[in-house]
Design a protein around this ligand. Structure first.
Ligand SMILES: Cc1ncc(COP(=O)(O)O)c(C=O)c1O
Length: 352
């Protein structure tokens, strides 16, 4: 029996995507070869690369002033690539510290240049989004994390800053409608809303590149990746192809607007239960609650065994919270059906 997969990442993918990806591993496009055993420069794979870049732009409603890259090294490598490409040698960058991943980005940037933390929610174990952020044009860029996977907080209104806006959207990419033209650079590891681990999406406004005068390792240079159309070295073909399949599935199911509608319905269903059931309490500040990762805990630890047994018996997987927060975390990524959320809510109701 297929489980109800609430895992934070790698996470649930649409069943039809898994089936098509599996078929391509055996015989890609009916060419008698596996996707995994052909050249990335073959016409069949180049077509995948072209299509995936096009579909990203179409979904995000972006024009030719943006480039789409599929890189390796995870979102973690972007923590370093962003400052290498955008932070000038005597410049400074502004960051908000909203959790483990944001502080990872800050730590890397500090190795490369000057960084100011202009907002932090560390004082309350990252349970809220710092507000009233102001960043002037003396900064080369402002970096934020749109969705904090571990804590279940999400930026609803992005700060209006007087510099370039850079965002780690690893855990809410393609999950809600945003004006993506407001961003100068967006990056996201594939393994939540897009595909298996192995590739990282980078969307960058071309005009911001090439301004730092910095020398950097070849792989770090976005401009080189643009010139080589994400084939500077051998790309992770399986991860990119599966991402294409997921994005085609998304487009067929109403695009980002359709996903957002479903994600709101799922989140409302679960938050309503958390708020109405005296046995549970949410961990994130209400106004900053994430549509993607719902963090909560029991109000009576004596019920832990009963609750854990009940959700496991109901076929639920991946509900344990991160070790730094404890409690539970239900990840409601695009591919999770509302029926799975209903199963969880029914289990929560059954505990008394
Ligand atoms: C918001 C966010 N940023 C960055 C990362 C790190 O991603 P990767 O493992 O692709 O380096 C994660 C991983 O969960 C994340 O949730």
């Amino acid at each position: 029996m297929k489980k109800h997969n609430f895992s934070a990442g790698p996470s649930i993918l649409p069943q039809e995507v898994l089936e098509k990806a599996s078929a391509a591993v055996l015989d890609f496009n009916g060419i008698g070869l596996s996707l995994l055993e052909i050249s990335h420069r073959s016409k069949d794979f180049v077509a995948v690369m072209d299509e995936v870049r096009t579909i990203v732009k179409r979904l995000m409603k972006l024009g030719d002033d943006y480039e789409v890259l599929f890189l390796q090294g995870g979102a973690s490598l972007q923590f370093a690539m962003v400052p290498y490409n955008l932070l000038s040698t005597n410049g400074k960058a502004a960051y908000t510290d909203t959790g483990v991943w944001a502080s990872g980005a800050i730590k890397e940037a500090k190795k490369i240049g000057q960084v100011e933390v202009v907002g932090s929610s560390k004082d309350k174990n990252y349970s809220y989004i710092p507000k009233d952020i102001s960043v002037d044009s003396s900064f080369d860029y402002f970096h934020c994390t749109s969705n904090n996977t571990i804590y279940g907080t999400q930026i609803k209104d992005f700060p209006k800053v007087d510099t370039r806006l850079v965002c780690d959207m690893s855990s809410d990419i393609f999950s809600r409608e945003l004006d993506f033209t407001k961003f100068d650079l967006i990056y996201a590891g594939a393994q939540k809303n897009m595909g298996p681990a192995g590739t990282t999406l980078v969307v960058v406004k071309k005009e911001i590149l090439g301004k730092t005068g910095r020398d950097m390792p070849t792989y770090f240079d976005y401009q080189l990746h643009i010139e080589k159309e994400s084939m500077l070295n051998t790309p992770p073909v399986f991860s990119i192809y599966t991402s294409l399949l997921t994005l085609q599935w998304l487009e067929k199911n109403g695009g980002i607007a359709g996903a957002e509608k479903r994600n709101i319905a799922k989140a409302e269903l679960l938050y309503k239960e958390i708020d109405n059931n005296p046995l549970f309490v949410g961990l994130a500040a209400k106004e900053d609650r994430s549509l993607m990762n719902v963090s909560f805990k029991l109000t009576d630890e004596n019920k832990k065994e009963a609750f854990d047994t009940a959700w496991k018996n109901a076929g639920i997987s991946g509900l344990n919270g991160h070790r730094t927060t404890g409690g539970y975390r239900a990840s409601l990524y695009n591919a999770l059906p509302i029926e799975s959320v209903q199963v969880l809510v029914d289990v929560m109701k059954s505990i008394s």
